[in-house]
Design a protein around this ligand. Structure first.
Ligand code: ZN
Ligand code: ZN
Length: 449
């Protein structure tokens, strides 16, 4: 009795991204140590022959690729004549490895003969279909497909770089797959994390571990960098100063080039400015001075929070760190002051012409709890819902810049006019990273070249 493997796949590597692209070895063979009573031979160990006369036989097929496929036939010499076995059920002279039959019963078919294991096709709606289809969809978007065929999605990507294609690393052929990699995050900075805006738009985001340029054969990686060099301090906005609310702003927190149909973040890498983020949280130009107790009186101890300009609890009503005439006139009309030449109440401190960043309190964090407020608030108490920790801010910036990197470039200088969207043209909230609006979703271009 002799078994032969033939028409065996020769996929390079062992899955979509791992291994070299040049090997042409068969993906299935008979491995001698696996066999009992059969001797392995033939080209690339494709034949297994019984050692003597048998009435039945079993061989073990070894697979070297997560997308391996081929055919196996059995021959026997019976009474001097060579016979080719038929397979029960199909009547064919070969069996498929793995089992890969055409569904002749159901409509629509639940499995196809397409070099994809029927077991996988039966696992989830959408897994069954033609091998070459690439018709993944995402919400509010007409650019169907993600550059990976059904067979490729089945063959799988070693996303976590453990050398295996595990459950979940065979992909969903109905959903676009976006592979991202955070570079430089962690340590003293928040870990890489993105909001659920992509997920909500039915795009799968996979944090890819592995070397970009080596382990990303057949897939496209969007690297998101934590830039440790660029980014400036918070700053006082505009002149004339103030409008009753302290008017400070943070420096640009991130930037990305816009993606197209072939590449992510073209012309400029997707990045978060670490220093700008740190200054946003760390700059504390306001002195926690004696606390207002009654009109024109500051006799209370420092209270640990930044007191408001309106209602008037500080003398420095234009928030510039300097004592102007109208802040020393002793008038009983606003601005109310006590007429002395000291700046009473909380105020920012200057170091020459520059702000002194270590005075104690931040206009971004009025209640001084380590979380910044957006939109900026006039006074404490601050509602929990508008405060954000550093990790949340970084996640929101990552999500926004990733949006640009995958092709979102709206009419408002690249942004949209939907304030619930992560791509809104103003920084209005750190809690919108779970949503892209329909206009923004429509621009997303996911590809794998
Ligand atoms: Zn933007
Ligand atoms: Zn939008």
């Amino acid at each position: 009795m002799e078994f032969t493997l033939f028409e065996v796949s020769t996929e390079p590597g062992d899955c979509l991204n791992n291994g070299t692209a040049t090997t042409d070895d068969n993906d299935l063979n008979f491995f001698q140590a696996d066999q009992n009573g059969f001797t392995v031979g033939g080209a690339q160990d494709s034949e297994a022959t019984s050692a003597g006369q048998v009435s039945s036989g079993t061989v073990v097929v070894h697979s070297y690729d997560y997308g391996a496929y081929g055919k196996i036939k059995a021959e026997a010499t019976i009474a001097g004549a060579l016979g080719l076995a038929r397979v029960d059920g199909t009547g064919e002279h070969f069996a498929t490895v793995p089992l890969d039959e055409d569904d002749l019963v159901n409509q629509p078919k639940q499995h196809y003969r397409n070099n994809i294991a029927d077991a996988w096709e039966l696992q989830a709606a959408g897994n069954a279909g033609l091998a070459a289809d690439d018709a993944d969809t995402s919400l509010d978007n007409t650019h169907n497909g993600d550059g990976l065929t059904r067979y490729e999605e089945y063959r799988g990507v070693d996303i976590n770089h453990d050398g295996l294609v595990s459950v979940g690393e065979r992909l969903d052929p109905t959903r676009k797959d976006l592979f991202v990699q955070g570079v430089g995050f962690g340590g003293d900075s928040p870990e890489f994390s993105c909001g659920t805006a992509c997920q909500e738009a039915e795009i799968r985001v996979h944090p890819f571990i592995g070397v970009v340029g080596t382990d990303d054969r057949n897939i496209d990686i969007l690297p998101v960098y934590l830039n440790a060099i660029d980014g400036g301090h918070i700053s006082r906005r505009g002149s004339p100063y103030g409008n009753g609310v302290r008017n400070w702003t943070f420096d640009t927190l991130g930037r990305s080039g816009v993606g197209d149909a072939d590449a992510y973040a073209t012309w400029y890498p997707c990045q978060v400015y670490e220093m700008a983020v740190n200054y946003y949280f760390g700059d504390r130009p306001h002195l926690d001075h004696m606390t207002w107790t009654a009109p024109a009186q500051w006799t209370g101890a420092p209270n640990g929070v930044l007191d408001p300009v309106n209602p008037e609890r500080v003398e420095d009503t234009n928030d510039d760190g300097e004592l102007q005439d109208n802040e020393t006139d002793g008038a009983t009309n606003p601005p109310l002051d006590n007429g002395d030449l000291f700046l009473d109440g909380d105020h920012p401190v200057r170091d020459g012409l520059a702000w002194y960043w270590y005075a104690g309190l931040s206009p971004m964090d009025l209640d001084n709890d380590g979380k910044v407020e957006l939109p900026m608030q006039a006074q404490v108490p601050v509602p929990d819902s508008i405060e954000a920790e550093k990790a949340q801010v970084v996640r929101a910036v990552i999500t926004h810049e990733m949006g640009h990197a995958v092709g979102i470039y709206g009419p408002w200088d690249g942004h949209c006019d939907d304030q619930t969207c992560a791509m809104y043209r103003w920084s209005n909230s750190w809690t919108t990273d779970g949503h892209f609006c329909a206009d923004c979703r429509a621009m997303v271009l996911i590809h794998n070249n």
